[in-house]
Design a protein around this ligand. Structure first.
Ligand SMILES: Nc1ncnc2c1ncn2[C@@H]1O[C@H](COP(=O)(O)OP(=O)(O)OP(=O)(O)O)[C@@H](O)[C@H]1O
Length: 258
């Protein structure tokens, strides 16, 4: 049985008297501990679907359940970690102090996810920030700040991580390094991750399942299972199988444009 079950979900918005069908009849099953990416043109509803899963937005039609509970119940039980495009770091606190914010602002993290919590120093080391534990955000590059955001989401012990284009503001080389680091941490902790991206390479490298979406109305046009071996390291990027999966996702995206 799937962990996140989304059945015939629809969502509309009204703005200045105009209705937008952000999602129409979306159906998706996500297994526990899997890595799933959403990819598709701008405005196809990727972030809306992510927010719905995270209990930040209500649906108009359909059903959604996560481990048998509603997104709102999961949210109040602190079962989600969010990684946005730019992480919110307090400028007056060091990297290590910023890692502790979720535990301070909400004590439920301590109570409910205690067994799952991971040592923040260990996580910062695994994303290459072992020498920056006591640095302040202003001393970090954009990529380093994003690494703190990712490490912090893993540190909370929340079993589901929702990542909305976490690498979009970064240069290509930094993106690639972070993608490899994210894979390493995920292989170790095996949380359920839902990841929004515009990058074909990121989607294929990271995912068990790539969900291709199309717009007007926003819906799922294809779901591609990525049967590349786990554990994945960067050598997989040069393989023929990898290239074929990237082409498959690209063709799927193109079909909708044409
Ligand atoms: N709060 C809102 N109010 C009105 N319309 C909204 C709202 N949120 C999203 N939309 C509309 O819903 C559609 C889907 O938006 P969404 O942000 O989910 O797309 P996206 O695929 O994540 O786009 P991008 O890749 O550009 O981030 C868009 O047409 C957007 O304008």
């Amino acid at each position: 049985m799937s962990y996140i079950s989304i059945k015939n979900v629809s969502k509309r918005f009204i703005r200045r008297g105009q209705w937008t069908e952000a999602l129409r009849n979306v159906h998706l099953e996500i297994d526990e501990g899997s890595f799933v990416s959403f990819i598709g043109p701008s405005g196809c509803g990727k972030s809306t679907l992510l927010r719905i899963i995270g209990g930040l937005m209500e649906i108009d039609d359909g059903e959604i359940s996560i481990g048998g509970r509603s997104p709102l119940e999961m949210q109040s039980a602190k079962q989600f970690g969010f990684v946005p495009q730019a992480p919110a770091l307090f400028p007056w606190r060091t990297v290590l102090q910023n890692m502790k914010i979720p535990f301070e602002v909400n004590r439920k993290y301590n109570a409910r996810n205690e067994k799952e919590q991971t040592d923040p120093i260990e996580l910062l080391q695994s994303v290459g920030l072992g020498d920056f534990l006591h640095a302040y955000p202003k001393e970090l590059s954009g990529g380093m700040k994003q690494r703190v955001g990712i490490a912090r989401a893993f540190a909370t012990g929340a079993p589901i991580l929702l990542m909305d284009e976490p690498f979009s503001a970064l240069d290509e080389i930094t993106r690639e390094v972070l993608m490899l680091q994210l894979m390493r941490i995920w292989e170790h902790h095996k949380k359920t991750v839902v990841f929004v991206t515009h990058s074909l390479q990121e989607a294929v490298y990271l995912s068990d399942k790539v969900v291709v979406m199309s717009s007007r109305p926003g819906r799922i046009s294809n779901i591609i299972d990525i049967n590349l071996p786990r554990v994945r390291d960067e050598s997989i990027i040069g393989t023929e199988d990898f290239r074929q999966y990237v082409s498959k996702v690209r063709d799927s995206l193109r079909e909708r444009w044409e």
